[in-house]
Design a protein around this ligand. Structure first.
Ligand SMILES: Cc1cc2nc3c(=O)[nH]c(=O)nc-3n(C[C@H](O)[C@H](O)[C@H](O)COP(=O)(O)OP(=O)(O)OC[C@H]3O[C@@H](n4cnc5c(N)ncnc54)[C@H](O)[C@@H]3O)c2cc1C
Length: 328
C-alpha cells in the first residue's frame, strides 16, 4: 500500500458544520476509515478533503424512541450495535449482522454509516495501483472496460456489506442530510445496482441516521458464508424476517422478507409476495429458491467460484427460513 495522498481532514462538531463541509467539491465522508483508508492507500480515489464524522454531536447516539422504534446515528460503532442490550433484545438480526462484520478491532472503529455506504468490491478493483495499471484499469475507476462483464456499459463490482440486508428485512428507513435539506428513504432505496455509482445520494448528501420500527411479531436473522470466519467479507449473505400465523384455520406465513448481499452491486430485497399466506413446505421452499435465483446475479468478482456462492446463498436462505419458521 502507498502512503495516503496529501489531503485536508476536517472534524466538524455539528450536523450543520458537517453538511457544509460535505457540500464542498471534492469532499468525502470519513467514519471509522476501515473501508475508505485502505482503498485510498491503494490509489482508489483522491478526495481533496476528508470530513471526519466521528465527533459530530448526536451522530453516535443509539436510542429506543417513545414509539418503540430504534434510532441509530450514522457514527454508532458496529461493536456498540452488536453488544447493545436493547438492540439484541428488540432487533437481534441487526446485532448479529453488525457482529459478523470483519474482525473485533475493525468493529470498534467501523460505523453503521460507513458499513452501509462502503464501496463495492471486485478482484479487478481492490488491487494495487501497478496491478490495475497493468490491466488497463477498469470501468469502476480510471478505465473504460469492465473485465468481469466485457462489453458491459456498467460496473458489476459487488456490494458485500452485512448490515444492509438485515436493515432491509427490518423495514428500516435511512435519514439523509444534504444541500436540499433532510429527507428519509426506505433503506433499500439508498442503493443503486451499479458498482461504480452504488448509492442513491445526491452530491453533498450523506447518511445521518437509520430508523428501525419495532419488531411487532416479526422474527429475523442474518447469516453469511465467508472464507475465514474471523475476518472476511460475505461471499454470499442473507437476511430473513418472518411472521408465522398459527391458528385453528391453519399454519401459514403471515409475512416473509428476504434480502441478499455479496451477490449483486447492491443489497437487494427478494420478491416473496407469492409466498405470503402459504405454509412453509417443500413447494414454498422451491418457489423461494427460484425467486432468490432470479434476484441474485453472482459474477466472477471474488476469488471464490460463482457456483459455490450461488449454492451457499440458496443454502443460507433456506436454513434461515427453516429456523425462523421453527422458532415461530
Ligand atoms: C480486512 C477487512 C475485512 C472486512 N470485512 C468486512 C465484512 O465482513 N463485512 C462488511 O460489511 N465490511 C467489511 N469490511 C469493510 C469495512 O471494515 C466495514 O464495512 C466498515 O463497517 C466500514 O465502516 P467505517 O466506519 O470504517 O467506514 P469508512 O471506511 O470510514 O467509510 C466507508 C465509506 O462510506 C462512506 N461514508 C462513511 N460514513 C458515511 C455517512 N455517514 N454518509 C455517507 N457516506 C459515508 C465513506 O465516504 C466511504 O466511502 C472489511 C474491511 C477490511 C479491511
Amino acid at each position: 500500500m502507498n502512503a495516503l495522498h496529501e489531503v485536508r481532514v476536517v472534524r466538524p462538531a455539528t450536523i450543520d458544520e458537517a453538511a457544509r463541509a460535505l457540500a464542498e467539491n471534492g469532499a468525502q465522508a470519513l467514519a471509522g476509515g476501515t473501508d475508505l483508508l485502505p482503498n485510498l492507500r491503494r490509489g482508489l480515489g483522491a478526495p481533496r478533503a476528508l470530513v471526519d464524522l466521528t465527533a459530530v454531536d448526536g451522530l453516535g447516539s443509539l436510542t429506543v424512541q417513545a414509539d418503540g422504534s430504534l434510532r441509530a446515528g450514522a457514527a454508532v460503532t458496529l461493536a456498540t450495535l452488536a453488544a447493545d442490550a436493547a438492540v439484541r433484545a428488540g432487533w437481534p438480526a441487526l446485532a448479529v449482522a453488525a457482529g459478523l462484520v470483519a474482525g473485533p478491532t475493525h468493529r470498534e472503529a467501523a460505523t453503521l454509516g460507513g458499513n452501509l455506504c462502503q464501496d463495492t468490491r471486485c478482484v479487478f478493483y481492490n488491487q494495487s495501483e501497478w496491478w490495475r495499471a497493468g490491466n488497463g484499469y477498469c470501468l469502476k475507476y480510471l478505465g473504460s472496460q469492465c473485465h468481469v462483464v466485457v462489453k458491459s456499459d456498467r460496473c458489476y463490482a459487488t456490494y458485500h456489506g452485512d448490515v444492509a440486508p438485515a436493515l432491509i428485512v427490518l423495514d428500516a428507513v435511512a435519514e439523509v442530510a444534504g444541500p436540499g435539506g433532510p429527507r428519509t428513504l426506505p433503506l433499500a432505496a439508498l442503493f443503486v445496482e451499479d458498482g461504480a455509482q452504488r448509492l442513491a445520494l445526491q452530491p453533498g448528501e450523506w447518511l445521518t441516521a437509520v430508523l428501525v420500527p419495532p419488531a411487532a411479531g416479526w422474527r429475523a436473522d442474518y447469516a453469511k458464508a465467508r472464507v475465514r470466519d474471523a475476518v472476511d467479507f460475505a461471499l454470499a449473505g442473507a437476511a430473513v424476517a418472518l411472521r408465522r400465523d398459527r391458528n385453528r384455520d391453519g399454519d401459514r406465513l403471515a409475512g416473509l422478507r428476504v434480502a441478499i448481499t455479496g451477490t449483486n452491486s447492491a443489497p437487494l430485497a427478494v420478491a416473496t409476495a407469492g409466498l405470503v399466506g402459504r405454509a412453509w413446505n417443500a413447494d414454498a421452499a422451491a418457489a423461494l429458491a427460484q425467486s432468490v435465483q432470479a434476484s441474485a446475479n453472482v459474477l466472477a468478482t471474488t476469488v471464490a467460484p460463482v457456483k459455490y456462492r450461488r449454492r451457499m446463498l440458496q443454502a443460507l436462505v433456506r436454513r434461515l427460513v427453516d429456523e425462523l419458521w421453527a422458532r415461530g
